[in-house]
Design a protein around this ligand. Structure first.
Ligand code: ZN
Length: 69
C-alpha cells in the first residue's frame, strides 16, 4: 500500500481508535469494544463488517461512517 493510501485511511482514524488495522495484511486486530449504549462488550461480525451488541441491538459498522440510531 502506498503512503498516500495510508494517509487517506488515517483520516478515518476517529472511527478506528478501538481497532488496530494492519496495513500490510489488511487485517483488523480487534480490541474489546464496549457498547456505547449499554456498556457490554460487542461482538464482531462480517458482511458487512460491524460490531453488534447482543444485549441492546446496537450496531456499529466498521470502515464506514458510524451509524447511530
Ligand atoms: Zn448494548
Amino acid at each position: 500500500m502506498s503512503e498516500e493510501e495510508v494517509k487517506k485511511k488515517k483520516k478515518k482514524e476517529g472511527a478506528w481508535r478501538l481497532y488496530e488495522y494492519d496495513y500490510k495484511t489488511g487485517k483488523i486486530t480487534l480490541k474489546n469494544k464496549k457498547c456505547p449504549r449499554c456498556g457490554k462488550i460487542t461482538a464482531h461480525h462480517h458482511n458487512p463488517e460491524r460490531w453488534a451488541c447482543g444485549a441492546c441491538g446496537y450496531t456499529e459498522y466498521i470502515g464506514k461512517e458510524t451509524k447511530k440510531s
